[in-house]
Design a protein. Sequence first.
Length: 235
Amino acid sequence: MSTLLAQNMSATHGQLTAVHNVSLSLEPGEMLFLVGANGAGKTTLLRTIAGDHVQGSGEIMLSGVDISDRPAHLRARAGLALVPEGRRLFPDMTVRENLMLGASTSREGPWSVAAIFEAFPNLAKLDRAMAGKLSGGEQQAVAIGRALMGDPVAIMLDEVSLGLSPAAVDLAYGALRKTRDMGLALLVVEQDLNRAIREADQIIVMCEGRVALRVRPQDTTVAALAAASFGQVAA
């Protein structure tokens, strides 16, 4: 049974259809990358699955349960977490305080602040540090930890590497690999096509709100992904 199954998803911005009949499926411990040019509909798709954007049509199943009609907070309580673009931490709160906010879904599970620090030791030494004073990579690790505090079964992450240094990106993806190894399903929006090929279990390329290519990383190239992002077929 899929952890996360989204079928025939559509969403609009006013009269503009931003997502056209997109389907995807994620198994436990699997990482799916969504790539494509700016404006392809990737963020809108994530926000629609999370319940933060009005869903035009489609069905969303989480661990076999239909959550299509649930509001965002009940989708989170069912086990679906979203790490938004820009991380959206509270800069004047400590790392611990930001992590504790993630427990507001009231789901039962193994994650606590102590468990986060054990899984991500680099955060333990930052326990009392203000989130706004952290590096970009450290902030991304806190955002992932905050999502884990809700004891999700699936985490969606928007623009993981945006604005981060190469070292910070490596730190963030180290945290994601640990999360995947723990059996969570990960849906990741990423601009770095090389990173997608290195890290993904499957890749979906979106172009103008539609799926332009669905492929395993071992069966594609950066050139093919780039071409599909602009509605072209690689030579």
